[in-house]
Design a protein around this ligand. Structure first.
Ligand code: SF4
Length: 503
């Protein structure tokens, strides 16, 4: 048992069998005692669970709006064990990691910073994403409340983006804490997009750095530059432009043939950068691979695509006696269009400024078209048809040497549905190199060994692709500059750069 594991104490009431023989009562989310919550001016909002960079940028972005907001540290193995200790059985990994991370943070405030539980409950609010599922995602908020209650924080407030009745939906608590204004969402989207762009560049550059740690150092400097711009309300495009000179100083050797690995799968498992997926991206890099991560923006675009499809489907149903023009649909369609335009505009602006030239926001219609023969587009749980679409796109457009689909153990949409369909896809596309792999929080050795096996073939493919090209005698210096990102048909970066020289 690890040290982290031994530190986690079960609560007195958790896991015992005292319920046997007792009268069964209905589970209720509302706190047992009436709680006097602190006024907004004293309220502290916490959240987390995105990539490390995005959590930090989000903190700067929301603080720039005057919000008293703190991003939690990245969830680790201790968070997971804490989540398991206080959570229900049979939940998904992301719940254990994120719920446990919050409980760990609050316990630290209580046990190390000496805040009373009452003060914590009264002053702190946790923001998370919520929804009705259709998988276990629908249970997340209840899970938070149950774990918090058992950990001694009964009545701790959880609020989510997708509810319309305020904090503690259905409870008699005033919701004047969060200001979900358009400004709030624009700032939020900006920090996520900027984080995506810098992360994408980091993954492109890190495998080729000449000095170990140089890219991480440069990204840290970029984070400081952008955070300062947020806090001081300066021009973010200019801040991204300033990041160019930071990144350009990193010395690279991009002519090393490395396996390119597309990492996708269940949203959280594929996106997190830590124990939640056994540090998959860093592990791949340590084994000589270059990762293509899944930006959070892709999930945003999928949500907009799903919302638009739902409106169009509703419109196609003729209702007797309904008015000829449905104004609520028109409004939703306008909002969706605005959402898409906002994401695309900011992405293009910031990507151009920092010098990310070869990444395009995924075309959701194209992805839907690629996958619809295999996966019904009406099935919206998890990433829906996207996992299947990403694999097909990667094979057809030769985007990578290996596709890894990572998901929490027993993930309903990803393991149970997508992976079932992927066996047909890999059958139809025998040239694909695909690995589907689950994370359980434990069992890293088995995980790494399976990744290494799949990577072996990918590395061979990368080497063959590179060696099939004739390397010119003179290699121009621009090849080593991250700003040089030619479009070619090769999957590998080194092969693509060499091929571009003869175009
Ligand atoms: S997508 Fe998978 S991991 Fe995420 S909530 Fe649903 S079942 Fe759990």
């Amino acid at each position: 048992m690890s040290i982290a594991c031994t530190k986690v104490k079960m609560s007195d009431k958790n896991g015992d069998l005292n319920f046997l023989g007792k009268e069964i009562t209905q589970w209720r989310d509302i706190p047992k005692k009436k709680i006097q919550y602190a006024p907004k001016s004293e309220t502290i909002m916490v959240s987390g669970g995105l990539t490390i960079l995005q959590d930090q940028l989000l903190q700067a972005a929301l603080q720039s709006l005057g919000e008293n907001y703190i991003s939690l540290p990245n969830p680790n193995f201790e968070s997971f064990q804490t989540g398991k200790a206080y959570g229900n059985r049979g939940q998904c990994n992301p719940t254990y990691f994120t719920v446990g991370n919050l409980v760990k943070y609050l316990k630290n405030l209580r046990d190390e910073k000496w805040l009373s539980s009452e003060e914590i409950v009264s002053k702190y609010v946790y923001i998370t994403a919520g929804g009705c599922g259709p998988c276990r995602f629908g249970m997340y908020i209840t899970e938070y409340k149950k774990a918090l209650r058992d950990a001694g924080f009964d009545g701790f407030r959880i609020t989510s983006f997708e509810h319309d009745k305020g904090i503690f939906q259905g409870d008699e608590i005033e919701d004047d804490i969060l200001n979900f204004s358009p400004k709030f969402f624009v700032v939020l989207v900006k920090s996520i997009i900027i984080g995506d762009i810098i992360n994408l560049l980091g993954y492109k550059m890190r495998p080729y750095e000449l000095e170990v740690g140089a890219v991480d150092k440069a990204i840290e400097a970029c984070k400081d530059t952008v955070s300062t711009a947020f806090l001081e309300k300066k021009n973010l495009t200019k801040a991204m432009w300033d990041c160019r000179s930071i990144l350009e100083k990193v010395a690279l050797n991009r002519l090393q043939p490395k396996a390119k690995v597309l990492v996708m799968g269940e949203f959280w498992a594929a996106m997190t950068e830590g124990d939640g997926n056994y540090n998959l991206h860093r592990f791949l890099e340590s084994q000589g691979a270059e990762c293509i991560p899944q930006p959070i923006m892709n999930r945003l675009m999928l949500s907009l695509w799903e919302a638009e499809r739902a409106v169009l489907k509703r419109e196609s149903l003729s209702v007797e006696g309904a008015s000829a023009i449905d104004f609520s649909s028109m409004k939703t369609k306008m909002m969706i269009k605005l959402g898409k335009t906002t994401v695309k505009t900011y992405f293009t602006l910031y990507a151009k400024a920092i010098g990310l030239h070869d990444y395009e926001i995924p075309d959701m219609d194209k992805l839907a078209q690629l996958s619809q023969e295999f996966y019904t587009l009406d099935c919206e749980g998890g990433e829906g048809h996207l996992e299947v679409a990403h694999l097909i796109e990667s094979v057809k457009d030769n985007l990578s040497h290996l596709v890894i689909s990572v998901k929490p153990f027993g993930c309903m949409p990803s393991s149970a549905v997508s992976d079932g369909v992927q066996s047909l896809v890999t059958n139809r596309f025998p040239e694909s190199n695909f690995l589907s792999i689950e994370t359980s929080g434990e069992g890293a050795a088995n995980f790494y060994s399976r990744v290494q096996m799949a990577l072996f073939k990918a590395k061979q493919l990368a080497k063959e692709e590179f060696e099939a090209l004739e390397t010119p005698l003179h290699i121009p210096q621009k090849v080593q500059n991250y700003l040089y990102q030619p479009h070619t048909h090769q999957a590998g970066t080194a092969a693509g750069l060499i091929a571009s020289l003869s175009l």
